[in-house]
Design a protein around this ligand. Structure first.
Ligand code: UD1
Length: 443
């Protein structure tokens, strides 16, 4: 190894994105199907013996992991043209392995449909992660209220319905916090329960509504999804259905932020703008101009942008999943900005990396950041410590002077399909170098 290699900012064991910043972007970016919807829809396929055909599924590592988990339980899985077909007729197991579930927190959402259809489920606790502790007591409490016996031993949640022929019993459930995952788990469980379930203080995220859309197409009786009260009248069986995944609002938001940070004009499509109202309002208040065009939005960013104050909140508030990418933008605008993360307790890890690029950010504890915009960030080696932090590093790199090396692509690839190719197509100078090539370059 040469001295140059020793001094290289590039970690030789990791794939990286190399970004030459300060390029204007222009053209159109296509938004894929929503990862978080797709994961819940896949979990819902457990509820029926008949095939569920899903269109517009994103090609992401998280989706591959969920598919592996379902196949390990006996689910049939194949591609048919542009559809992903999941057939639950052969499911014989109810105990996904920790080896697979630990890679994907959303795998815990399987506890609801497994229990509802088979009267028993054993799902490993998802554990904490870098952004926070990620508890599941709201899921468990709701299932217990519906008659399940829950016990936790050796890191596995075992749920069982004794009596009532293994069938859950509908009931009123009040969530202490409008957890997306708990709402989805309990809504799925309630579709096959006896009688009516009313979920109060439910999550109102568009992904919950999308899941209800599939469940209704399967024969479930659900009212109010998308509001804070959801009523589900249980049925005995659900049948097969076809369903198209909604566009990913977080990916769309990331692209709009990419346009803003490079002061560019981009058309982002398809976008359901009502899913992004809180984000669009902030971008407009900062000085971006956004207009609907066809099925998407065109964003134009000319001149200086102003700082703003934002607070993450459950939908329809500002999404926590866009807080990190948005903060990268705020680091480059005129004036001060204030960011408060209220959803997760430890979601400011990107701050340290942004500061290494020259951002001026002070944090107060773990959830408040005060930013003073700087005229220019500098390209340096940085790492994304989780999915959205990695996206924030890409956003910062697009605006920075010089070359930014972004590591942590195993996180980025969980939520964005071939991000570098798509950004390249609109004018970004960005490329991926895999670990072997990185080592060769540095040798
Ligand atoms: C989902 C999304 C994730 C997003 C998050 C919040 C998926 C696959 N992931 O995650 O991208 O960041 O919503 O919009 O859809 N909580 C409890 N008790 C519980 C469950 C959650 O206190 O039993 C708390 C969590 O600690 C957290 C907050 O609720 O502070 C939000 O979590 P939740 O809505 O459950 O997130 P997920 O469904 O895991």
């Amino acid at each position: 190894m040469t001295l140059a290699a020793l001094n290289s900012p590039v970690d030789l064991n990791q794939s990286q994105l190399l970004i030459v910043g300060r390029q204007r972007l222009e053209g159109e970016l296509q938004v894929n199907g929503a990862k978080n919807s797709a994961l819940a829809l896949m979990a819902a396929s457990v509820l029926s013996r008949e095939p569920i055909r899903l269109q517009n599924m994103p090609d992401l590592t998280d989706i591959g992991t969920m598919a592996k988990i379902l196949v390990s339980l006996g689910m049939g899985f194949h591609l048919e043209g542009s559809s992903t077909v999941l057939s639950g007729g052969g499911i014989t197991r109810h105990d996904p392995s920790y080896d697979l579930t630990r890679r994907l927190r959303a795998s815990f959402f399987l506890i609801g449909p497994l229990l509802a259809r088979h009267g028993v489920a054993k799902v490993p606790l998802p554990g904490g992660c870098r952004i926070g502790s990620r508890p599941v007591h709201e899921h468990n409490k709701g299932l217990e209220a519906m008659g399940a016996r829950i016990s936790i031993a050796s890191g596995v949640v075992s749920a069982e319905v004794r009596g009532n022929q293994g069938r859950l019993q509908g009931c009123p459930i009040h969530l202490d916090y409008p957890s997306v995952g708990a709402t989805e788990t309990l809504m799925m469980a309630a579709t096959l329960a006896e009688g009516e379930t009313v979920l109060r203080n439910a999550a109102q995220e568009p992904e919950v509504e999308d899941l209800a859309g599939l469940l209704k197409a399967m024969g479930a009786r659900i009212r109010g999804a998308g509001s804070s009260t959801i009523q589900i009248s249980g049925v005995k069986e659900l049948h097969g259905a076809d369903h198209a995944v909604i566009p990913d609002r977080i990916e769309a938001g990331t692209f709009l932020i990419a346009a803003a940070v490079t002061r560019s004009r981009l058309h982002v499509t398809p976008v359901e703008s009502s899913h992004l109202n809180a984000v669009l309002a902030k971008l407009e208040a900062m000085g971006c101009s956004i207009s609907p065009q066809g099925q998407g939005l065109t964003i134009t960013t000319l001149g200086q942008l102003r700082g703003c104050e934002l607070r993450t909140q459950p939908f329809p508030g500002f999404p926590t999943d866009l807080q990190a990418p948005f903060m990268a933008l705020l680091a480059t605008v005129q004036g001060d900005s204030f960011v408060t993360e209220t959803v997760f307790e430890n979601r400011l890890q990107h701050v340290a990396e942004l500061k290494r690029m020259g951002a001026q950010i002070h944090t107060n504890g773990t959830n408040v950041a005060i930013l003073k915009g700087v005229p220019m960030l500098s390209g340096v080696p940085v790492a994304g410590t989780d999915l959205r932090a990695a996206a924030a590093m890409v956003i910062a790199g697009l605006a920075a002077d010089g070359v930014t090396h972004v590591a942590g692509l195993e996180h980025l690839d969980r939520g964005y399909t071939r991000l570098e190719e798509r950004l390249q197509a609109v004018g970004a100078r960005i490329s991926r170098i895999d670990a072997t090539r990185t080592a060769l370059l540095a040798a």
